[in-house]
Design a protein. Structure first.
Length: 133
């Protein structure tokens, strides 16, 4: 089974220069825990996650600090600059192993460096559960 058969095709992304407040709104509105960060050509260059946000919020311990964080800070300042990716043609088992070894819950699916989907542990678990039904 290939990643393309299991992945979620809709990918919400954020641009490097977008403000943290915009990224948080996208996370919240779409019920996501992470967003791929893309450059001006649409290539994935990092990941902005709720974990990145939580770490930054711990440091912004005043109202003024939170305002700077949310309204003035670009996503590129908080994003994780490495991304675990696979292609749609990657075997789902290989994707599951990569998630396990990297201790991540999702992989962004890319074609020519641009996000085209996302596959999560939930997607793989669903496929395993349905294969036994």
């Amino acid at each position: 089974m290939k990643v393309a058969e299991l992945m979620q095709n809709e990918v919400t992304s954020v641009k490097m220069e977008d403000r943290v407040a915009e990224a948080v709104a996208l996370l919240s509105d779409n019920h996501l825990s992470a967003l791929p960060v893309v450059d001006r050509q649409g290539r994935i260059v990092g990941v902005f996650s709720t974990a990145d946000l939580a770490a930054a919020e711990l440091e912004a311990d005043t109202e003024a600090g939170r305002e700077v964080l949310f309204e003035r800070t670009p996503v590129r300042n908080l994003m994780t600059p490495y991304v675990f990716t696979v292609t749609p043609e990657t075997d789902a088992r290989e994707a599951a192993q990569q998630m396990l070894y990297a201790n991540v819950h999702r992989l962004f699916v890319t074609r020519d460096g641009r996000p085209v989907g996302v596959i999560s542990t939930t997607d793989i678990t669903r496929a395993v559960a349905l294969s036994w039904a």
